[in-house]
Design a protein around this ligand. Structure first.
Ligand SMILES: *[C@@H]1O[C@H](CO)[C@@H](O)[C@H](O)[C@H]1NC(C)=O
Ligand SMILES: [Zn+2]
Ligand SMILES: [Zn+2]
Length: 345
């Protein structure tokens, strides 16, 4: 394959990933939807549009293991490439076996958290448990009000819970429905979700570092940095960085391809992990975070009823309204309060 073809494939894969991310973020006005509706919409046959809608519905609005398989497939490809190509080159360049084994340890850790994330019940609100679940959090009368029932489950909604439309159940301390684990993220598995995110980041980051180091050594060894070429005017030109990149792409196409993918995944997930850590530290779920954006408190609003203004009210407008200190916030995530069922006598 020549350089341009390879590069086109590469760009296509990266763009597909970005498109998937946009779609996954679930926004109606994501670039992908806008592109489809306004540019591709009029020129695409009806049956194809139907098929596309059906596919999106199947993937994002119904439970399916598709993304779990995709996840395993991508991971398998990266680890195969690392094991069969990068590993050998790294050994030649005297990278120690200890540092080369770190990615495998991280893979084991990640798989463990991934599994727990998929298998743990996020905190489904059930008829049997709802009485106990109602007592875990108090209603803030801001985002959650007492006495509201879920029209689908026909159960009173505990504070901080939300009905997941994909799983068709109400979930305690609902964060979001994650298609990558085909499960909701809620009270009981937010901890595994966070650990999973961190281990994926560590995995991608570590393999990227080892690969980058290997490529750097390859460039230094080849003496390319001191090389020069004769341009069309017969002048001698030093080989610039572009020349080096092209050389690497042609010599180690699969490895460079993988490195690009890993760097992309790393930055994306690191950002996401940061966001979720921030939420964990301030005692908020992403559901609450979205809901409280643009919230105007009745007490703090200038047009609030006069009698309200005189009652001593906490400052509702603050982002950190729910925070009870970093340690206690984290404690709630890692040791989530469980509903205590009363024994019937
Ligand atoms: C987190 O916020 C909720 C209200 O949404 C509150 O009931 C709970 O006690 C808070 N948790 C901690 C650890 O402060
Ligand atoms: Zn419900
Ligand atoms: Zn769900």
């Amino acid at each position: 394959m020549d350089f341009l073809t390879l590069f086109a494939v590469y760009v296509a894969v990266v763009l597909t990933c970005i498109a998937l991310v946009c779609k996954y973020s679930g926004q109606q006005h994501s670039p992908l939807n806008v592109l489809f509706n306004f540019i591709l919409g009029p020129i695409t046959p009806k049956w194809l549009q139907k098929f596309w809608q059906w596919t999106l519905h199947r993937l994002f609005h119904q439970r399916s293991n598709m993304f779990i398989y995709l996840h395993i497939l991508l991971e398998g490809a990266v680890y195969a490439e690392f094991t069969y190509e990068v590993f050998g080159f790294c050994r030649e360049m005297d990278t120690t076996l200890t540092s080369l084994s770190v990615p495998y340890v991280l893979l084991g850790l990640k798989t463990f958290f991934f599994y727990l994330c998929i298998k743990t019940d996020p905190g489904t609100v059930t008829k049997k448990k709802v009485a106990a679940q109602l007592h875990i959090y108090s209603y803030d009368r801001r985002l959650f009000h007492p006495g509201v029932s879920c029209p689908t489950c026909q159960l009173v909604k505990p504070a901080r819970s939300k009905h997941c439309r994909v799983c068709n159940r109400c979930v305690q301390r609902f964060d979001h429905h994650c298609v990558w684990v085909n499960n909701c993220i809620g009270a009981q598995n937010t901890r595994y979700f966070l650990l999973y995110l961190f281990s994926v980041c560590a995995m991608a980051g570590d393999i990227a570092l080892l690969t980058g180091d290997m490529l750097l050594h390859a460039v230094l060894r080849s003496g390319l940095l001191r090389a020069s070429y004769i341009d069309e005017n017969g002048q001698e030109q030093p080989a610039g960085p572009l020349f080096v990149v092209q050389h690497l792409f042609l010599t180690f196409p699969r490895i460079v391809f993988m490195l690009g993918f890993l760097v992309f995944v790393f930055f994306l997930l690191a950002g996401y992990a940061m966001f979720h850590s921030y939420l964990a530290l301030i005692n908020q779920t992403s559901n609450e975070w979205y809901k409280s954006r643009g919230y105007v408190c009745q007490h703090c609003h200038p047009t609030a009823a006069a009698d309200n203004l005189h009652s001593p009210v906490p400052d509702h407008s603050k982002r950190y309204y729910y925070s009870r200190g970093l340690l206690r916030n984290l404690g709630e995530i890692f040791f989530p309060p469980r509903p205590v069922q009363k024994k019937d006598n």
